[in-house]
Write a protein that binds this ligand. Structure first.
Ligand code: UT7
Length: 337
C-alpha cells in the first residue's frame, strides 16, 4: 500500500453525547408486543435503549452540544456554523439547528439541518470539512446528530419497535492541514421505499382530488415508520464494506490499517458480516448496539464517544465512520482522531 494521502481535513476538538434517562429493556418490550429477550438479542444484539420521557429532539441535541463545547474548551461565540443531522425534527420550521443554536446561545452562527437518515453524521462531517477547507470565514463547526425516534416508532409493530432508541452526540470540528482525510458518500433513491416515515398533510380546502399521488411508497399508518427489514439488511451488508473500501482507496490505506471502524449501529449481525467481508477482526469494529439500539444519525457519534471514554479510540488513531440508511444512503469518512 502507498503512504496515506495527506490533505486539508478536520481536527476533532471536542466530543459529547447525551441520552435520556429512561431505559427500555427487551423484557419491557415483551410486555407490549409478542417478542422475547432471546429473539431480540440473537437477531439484533440489542439489550436496552434510552427513550425520551418527553424531551424533544432539539433539547436532546442541545445537551450533547453543550457537552462537546465544554470538552473542546471553546466559547459559544467561536462557533461559525451549526449542522444538525436528524430525521426526527420537532418542527417543519424552524430547523433543529436554529433551536439548538438558541439553547446554547451561539447566536449569529449559520445553522442548517440535514436529513440523510442514519448516514447523517458522515455527511455532516464531510460538509463541515468542505466549509472549513474553503477558508471563507468558517473556522469552527458544531456538528450535532440528534434523534427522538420514539416519536415515529409504531409500538404495535414488533419487527421494528424493538430496534430504536433516542439520543444525541456532537463534535466540535476545526480545520487541520496536512492530515489524513477521505470520504465516500452516495445514495440510491430507487430504494427509497424500504425505509419510510410519511410527512402528514393538513386538509387543503382547495383540493378536489382526494386520491394521493402514487409515489411508489408503502402505505403507512399516519407518520409511523415502516421498513422492509430484509431488503435493508441485504443493502447494508453490501453498502457498509463497500463504503469502507472506497474511502480507504481514496485515502491510500487498506482497511487493515484502520485502528477502529465505527459503523452505524443497526444490527450486530450486519456489522459482523461487514467485518468478515472486509477481512478485518471484530475487535476493530466499535459496537455499542447492546446499550442504545439504533439511534439513526446519532448512533455513530454516540458509539465514538463511548469508545473514546473507554480508551478504545485514542488520539492519533486512524478512524473510519461508516453508515447506511434511509434514502437509501451510504457513507464512509476516514480521519485521524
Ligand atoms: O437504520 C437502518 C434501519 N433498519 C435496519 O437496519 C434493518 C435491517 N434489518 C434487520 O436488522 C432485520 O431484518 C430485522 C431485525 C428487522 C429482522 O430480523 P430477521 O432475522 O430479518 O427477521 P425476519 O424479518 O426474517 O423475521 C423472522 C421471523 C418472522 O416470523 P415467521 O414469519 O418466521 O414466523 C417474524 O414475524 O421473526 C418474526 N419476528 C419477531 N419475532 C419475535 C419479527 N420481529 C420479531 C420480534 N420478536 N421482535
Amino acid at each position: 500500500m502507498a503512504d496515506a494521502k495527506k490533505s486539508t481535513g478536520i481536527h476533532i476538538k471536542g466530543i459529547g453525547k447525551y441520552v435520556p434517562e429512561m431505559i427500555a429493556t427487551n423484557e419491557d418490550f415483551a410486555k407490549i408486543v409478542d417478542t422475547s429477550d432471546e429473539w431480540i438479542t440473537q437477531r439484533t444484539g440489542i439489550k436496552t435503549r434510552h427513550i425520551t420521557n418527553g424531551e424533544p429532539t432539539y433539547y436532546i441535541g442541545a445537551q450533547a452540544a453543550k457537552n462537546a463545547i465544554a470538552d473542546a474548551g471553546i466559547d459559544v461565540s467561536d462557533i461559525d456554523l451549526i449542522i444538525t443531522a436528524t430525521v426526527t425534527p420537532d418542527f417543519y420550521t424552524p430547523s433543529t439547528a436554529c433551536l439548538i443554536q438558541r439553547e446554547i446561545g451561539a447566536i449569529g452562527s449559520m445553522a442548517i439541518d440535514i436529513n440523510c437518515a442514519c448516514t447523517g453524521f458522515d455527511y455532516g462531517i464531510d460538509m463541515a470539512k468542505r466549509y472549513l477547507q474553503s477558508e471563507d470565514g468558517v473556522d469552527t463547526v458544531l456538528l450535532v446528530a440528534s434523534e427522538e425516534l420514539s416519536k415515529f416508532v409504531d409500538y404495535t409493530d414488533r419487527s421494528s419497535c424493538i430496534l430504536f432508541g433516542d439520543g444525541s452526540a456532537a463534535f466540535v470540528l476545526e480545520r487541520q492541514y496536512d492530515t489524513l482525510y477521505s470520504s465516500f458518500l452516495g445514495a440510491d433513491g430507487t430504494g427509497a421505499k424500504y425505509l419510510v416515515s410519511r410527512a402528514m398533510r393538513s386538509e387543503n380546502a382547495f383540493r378536489t382530488n382526494k386520491e394521493d399521488f402514487d409515489m411508489g411508497m408503502p402505505e403507512t399508518k399516519k407518520h409511523y415508520f415502516t421498513q422492509d427489514g430484509r431488503e435493508v439488511y441485504k443493502f447494508a451488508t453490501k453498502a457498509l464494506p463497500n463504503a469502507v473500501e472506497k474511502a480507504c482507496e481514496k485515502a491510500g490505506i487498506s482497511p487493515d490499517e484502520l485502528d477502529a471502524i465505527v459503523p452505524h449501529q443497526a444490527n450486530v449481525r450486519i456489522i459482523e458480516t461487514a467485518a468478515k467481508n472486509l477481512g478485518v477482526s471484530m475487535d476493530k469494529m466499535v459496537v455499542y448496539i447492546d446499550r442504545y439500539g439504533n439511534t439513526s444519525s446519532a448512533s455513530i457519534p454516540i458509539a465514538f464517544c463511548d469508545a473514546v471514554a473507554e480508551g478504545k479510540i485514542k488520539r492519533g488513531d486512524k478512524i473510519c465512520l461508516v453508515g447506511f440508511g434511509g434514502g437509501l444512503t451510504y457513507a464512509a469518512v476516514i480521519f485521524e482522531y
